[in-house]
Design a protein around this ligand. Structure first.
Ligand SMILES: Cc1ncc(COP(=O)(O)O)c(C=O)c1O
Length: 415
């Protein structure tokens, strides 16, 4: 099990432009194999799904192949893979569907660690149905979301617990299996936001205890496609609004309108790419989808190698930032993704991001839609913070460039 970052980087054409892409938590770059899978779909002729002619058959196989790929990435069943444009859209759809079964006296639990896409859809659905919202709180000094509090928050009235598997700004990885177990103990469902965690660790939705697990391919080297996976038997019990002639089975009845077929081909190629990150050589072009069971094993091994590699790189980043007196770091959770959030004395987060951009270093500034957590940190009205998020294609040289540029902000030499 190896991790050769220079080989990995060579798979991404965009990385040759001289910029340090430390903005991966907002969206990753795309390898050649994914670009070729998308372009190849259009080149070979594509029709809408469900027709009698070959180009339509290709669309059907792309959809089926994409479901298999996401199942291999997450440990779900292909028939439980709902495809859509992004996580936010799908979460609103699920919130609308699930909340039809809620009423006054029912409760939903959301957390202040979460991206707003796993908060507001539930808060708004609760308001419409008359259900009560209860909040799981974050410890401001550590950015931990203690699982123990869920025991007190939950009751037999709880219908749903929405929680992230990792914070998109500080990387905190709460104890989702314990939270999901507490939810299940009172008969509630657990909706897990896996958007930020998926590119960083091996994912097993069953081990997490997630009834629903959402992720977005553009965070893990794929195109702009979102997905929610769930047990098909659970989906059978739910009835979203749909057009009369549209598919009535699952997961089709959760999907609206014509799919982005070429992008779905790109999603499958992205999973193949993730499955090969620890391989001796990454194929420069799309290779045929390997046997599903074997790919699942390769994904798990490859993502374990990614987690180890990113962990080492993150230590370098955190140690470097922590040593700077003009930098304030937020979050110090025991388990976290390689995502740093900080402020720099004398500069707004936007100014920091702009100074770094002048040196071809891409980082994000603001609350990054972690609206509640920005409030917990007291940063909501002051421009948020600076986020440097590492992914598997980042290397030590990029981390050192970032550290040098942030260090220079203290002396004002990059003003
Ligand atoms: C943790 C997390 N959840 C949800 C989202 C929203 O995902 P999407 O852009 O697919 O709607 C994001 C996007 O940044 C995120 O980081």
């Amino acid at each position: 099990m190896t991790f050769d970052v220079s080989r990995v980087r060579a798979a991404y054409p965009a990385l040759s432009d001289g910029h340090a892409y430390l903005d991966g938590a907002g969206g990753t770059q795309v390898p050649t194999a994914v670009i070729e899978a998308i372009a190849g779909t259009y080149r070979s002729g594509i029709g809408n799904a469900g027709g009698a002619f070959p180009a339509s058959g290709r669309a059907d196989s792309i959809v089926a192949g994409c479901r298999r790929a996401i199942a291999d990435l997450t440990g779900a069943e292909p028939d439980g893979v709902i495809l859509g444009p992004n996580m936010t859209t799908l979460t609103y759809r699920l919130a609308d569907t699930l909340s039809r079964q809620w009423g006054p006296g029912d409760e939903v639990v959301v957390s202040r660690l979460d991206h707003d896409a796993n908060v507001r859809p539930w808060v708004q659905a609760a308001a419409r149905s008359g259900a009560t919202v209860r909040w799981a709180e974050v410890d401001p000094s550590t950015a931990e979301l203690p699982a123990a509090q869920f025991g007190e928050l939950l009751s037999e009235r709880t219908r749903l617990v929405a929680v992230t598997a990792a914070s998109n700004i500080v990387g905190t990885r709460p104890d989702v299996p314990a939270i999901a177990a507490a939810a299940h103990a009172v008969g509630a469902l657990c909706y897990v936001d896996g958007v930020h965690v998926t590119p960083h660790v091996p994912v097993d939705v069953r081990a997490l205890g997630a009834d629903f697990y959402a992720t977005s391919a553009y965070k893990w080297s794929g195109p702009h496609i979102g997905t929610v996976v769930a047990d098909p038997a659970l989906l059978e019990t739910l009835h979203p609004d749909k057009l009369a002639p549209a598919p009535s089975g699952v997961p089709g009845r959760f999907e609206r309108g014509t799919a982005a077929f070429a992008d779905l081909a790109g999603v499958a190629a992205a999973v193949d790419h993730l499955a090969a990150l620890d391989a001796p050589r990454i194929a420069p072009h799309t290779s045929p989808a390997p046997h599903s069971g074997r790919r699942r094993e390769r994904v798990l091994a490859s993502m374990a190698a990614v987690e180890r590699y990113e962990g080492q790189l993150f230590t370098r980043l955190l140690d470097g930032l922590a040593a700077m007196r003009h930098v304030r770091l937020y979050g110090q959770a025991a388990r976290r993704t390689p995502t740093a959030f900080f402020t720099v004395a004398g500069y707004s987060p936007r100014e920091v991001a702009a100074r770094l951009a002048d040196r071809k270093i891409n980082v994000w500034n603001g609350d990054n839609y972690a609206w509640e957590l920005a409030g917990v940190f007291g940063l909501r009205d002051s421009g948020g913070g600076v986020r440097a998020g590492l992914v598997h294609y980042n290397d030590a040289a990029e981390v050192d460039r970032l550290l040098a540029a942030v260090a220079d902000l203290a002396s004002g030499s990059v003003r």
